[in-house]
Design a protein around this ligand. Sequence first.
Ligand code: FE
Length: 137
Amino acid sequence: MSDKVAKSKEQWRSELTSEQYEVCREKGTEAPFSGVYAESKTPGIYVCACCGQELFSSASKFDSGSGWPSFWQPLFPESAATEVDVSHGIRRTEVMCSKCDAHLGHVFDDGPLPTRLRYCINSVSLGLKPDPNSGEE
Ligand code: FE
Protein backbone atom coordinates (compact mmCIF):
# COMPACT_ATOMS: atom_id res chain seq x y z
CA MET A 1 0.00 0.00 0.00
CA SER A 2 1.16 3.52 -0.68
CA ASP A 3 2.65 5.68 2.02
CA LYS A 4 0.43 7.60 4.36
CA VAL A 5 -0.32 11.25 3.64
CA ALA A 6 -0.19 13.44 6.74
CA LYS A 7 -0.79 17.19 6.58
CA SER A 8 -1.62 19.83 9.14
CA LYS A 9 -5.13 21.21 9.44
CA GLU A 10 -3.83 24.47 7.99
CA GLN A 11 -2.45 22.66 4.94
CA TRP A 12 -5.70 20.80 4.35
CA ARG A 13 -7.68 23.99 4.82
CA SER A 14 -5.64 25.74 2.15
CA GLU A 15 -5.98 22.85 -0.34
CA LEU A 16 -9.65 21.91 0.06
CA THR A 17 -12.91 23.74 -0.42
CA SER A 18 -14.59 24.70 2.86
CA GLU A 19 -17.19 21.97 2.31
CA GLN A 20 -14.52 19.34 1.61
CA TYR A 21 -12.61 20.43 4.70
CA GLU A 22 -15.69 20.26 6.91
CA VAL A 23 -16.67 16.76 5.73
CA CYS A 24 -13.27 15.13 5.18
CA ARG A 25 -11.18 16.62 7.96
CA GLU A 26 -13.88 17.46 10.55
CA LYS A 27 -16.12 14.41 9.95
CA GLY A 28 -19.07 16.43 8.70
CA THR A 29 -21.92 15.13 6.55
CA GLU A 30 -23.22 16.75 3.38
CA ALA A 31 -26.99 17.16 3.00
CA PRO A 32 -28.61 14.14 1.30
CA PHE A 33 -29.25 14.54 -2.45
CA SER A 34 -26.94 17.58 -2.46
CA GLY A 35 -23.83 15.86 -3.81
CA VAL A 36 -22.86 15.55 -7.44
CA TYR A 37 -22.35 11.77 -7.31
CA ALA A 38 -25.49 10.67 -5.45
CA GLU A 39 -27.31 9.69 -8.64
CA SER A 40 -24.33 9.33 -10.95
CA LYS A 41 -24.14 6.27 -13.22
CA THR A 42 -20.96 7.35 -15.00
CA PRO A 43 -18.54 4.41 -15.29
CA GLY A 44 -15.21 5.07 -13.62
CA ILE A 45 -13.17 5.01 -10.47
CA TYR A 46 -13.97 7.18 -7.46
CA VAL A 47 -10.90 8.64 -5.78
CA CYS A 48 -10.27 10.42 -2.48
CA ALA A 49 -10.86 14.18 -2.80
CA CYS A 50 -7.94 14.82 -0.43
CA CYS A 51 -5.15 12.53 -1.65
CA GLY A 52 -6.36 10.91 -4.90
CA GLN A 53 -6.23 7.31 -3.65
CA GLU A 54 -8.57 5.06 -5.65
CA LEU A 55 -11.45 4.10 -3.34
CA PHE A 56 -14.52 2.74 -5.15
CA SER A 57 -15.54 1.51 -8.60
CA SER A 58 -18.76 2.54 -10.30
CA ALA A 59 -19.22 -1.21 -10.85
CA SER A 60 -20.05 -1.62 -7.16
CA LYS A 61 -22.20 1.53 -6.90
CA PHE A 62 -25.92 1.03 -6.37
CA ASP A 63 -28.98 3.20 -5.94
CA SER A 64 -29.68 3.09 -2.20
CA GLY A 65 -32.24 5.90 -2.26
CA SER A 66 -30.39 7.52 0.64
CA GLY A 67 -29.24 10.59 -1.28
CA TRP A 68 -25.58 9.68 -0.84
CA PRO A 69 -23.38 7.70 -3.23
CA SER A 70 -23.55 4.08 -2.06
CA PHE A 71 -21.25 1.17 -2.80
CA TRP A 72 -21.35 -2.47 -1.76
CA GLN A 73 -17.57 -2.82 -1.55
CA PRO A 74 -14.41 -0.70 -1.75
CA LEU A 75 -12.17 -1.01 -4.80
CA PHE A 76 -9.58 -2.85 -2.70
CA PRO A 77 -10.14 -4.12 0.85
CA GLU A 78 -7.27 -1.94 2.04
CA SER A 79 -8.55 1.26 0.38
CA ALA A 80 -11.09 2.00 3.06
CA ALA A 81 -10.20 1.97 6.74
CA THR A 82 -12.98 1.55 9.28
CA GLU A 83 -13.37 2.55 12.89
CA VAL A 84 -16.21 2.34 15.41
CA ASP A 85 -17.92 5.73 15.76
CA VAL A 86 -20.15 6.37 18.76
CA SER A 87 -20.77 10.08 18.11
CA HIS A 88 -24.34 11.44 18.15
CA GLY A 89 -25.38 8.63 20.51
CA ILE A 90 -25.41 6.01 17.73
CA ARG A 91 -22.95 3.19 17.21
CA ARG A 92 -21.82 3.26 13.60
CA THR A 93 -18.78 2.22 11.60
CA GLU A 94 -16.91 5.16 10.13
CA VAL A 95 -15.21 4.77 6.74
CA MET A 96 -11.96 6.62 6.09
CA CYS A 97 -9.40 6.83 3.31
CA SER A 98 -6.60 4.51 4.43
CA LYS A 99 -3.97 6.79 2.92
CA CYS A 100 -4.84 10.22 4.34
CA ASP A 101 -7.47 9.39 7.01
CA ALA A 102 -10.11 11.53 5.27
CA HIS A 103 -13.58 10.91 6.66
CA LEU A 104 -15.62 9.42 3.82
CA GLY A 105 -18.86 8.29 5.45
CA HIS A 106 -20.16 5.18 7.21
CA VAL A 107 -20.70 1.52 6.33
CA PHE A 108 -23.94 -0.27 7.24
CA ASP A 109 -24.95 -3.93 6.99
CA ASP A 110 -28.17 -3.36 5.06
CA GLY A 111 -26.66 -3.34 1.56
CA PRO A 112 -27.26 -5.63 -1.41
CA LEU A 113 -25.66 -8.95 -2.28
CA PRO A 114 -22.99 -10.13 -2.62
CA THR A 115 -21.63 -8.35 0.48
CA ARG A 116 -24.83 -6.97 2.08
CA LEU A 117 -22.76 -3.91 2.92
CA ARG A 118 -23.68 -0.31 2.17
CA TYR A 119 -20.80 2.12 2.08
CA CYS A 120 -22.66 5.43 2.44
CA ILE A 121 -20.19 8.04 1.23
CA ASN A 122 -20.26 11.83 0.97
CA SER A 123 -19.95 13.05 -2.64
CA VAL A 124 -17.73 15.86 -1.50
CA SER A 125 -15.16 13.34 -0.24
CA LEU A 126 -14.82 11.90 -3.73
CA GLY A 127 -13.59 12.68 -7.21
CA LEU A 128 -14.48 10.60 -10.27
CA LYS A 129 -12.03 9.42 -12.89
CA PRO A 130 -14.36 8.45 -15.76
CA ASP A 131 -13.55 5.20 -17.57
CA PRO A 132 -11.86 6.35 -20.81
CA ASN A 133 -13.38 3.36 -22.66
CA SER A 134 -16.94 4.04 -21.59
CA GLY A 135 -17.68 6.67 -24.23
CA GLU A 136 -18.91 9.12 -21.58
CA GLU A 137 -17.20 12.35 -20.62
FE1 FE B 1 -7.25 10.16 0.96
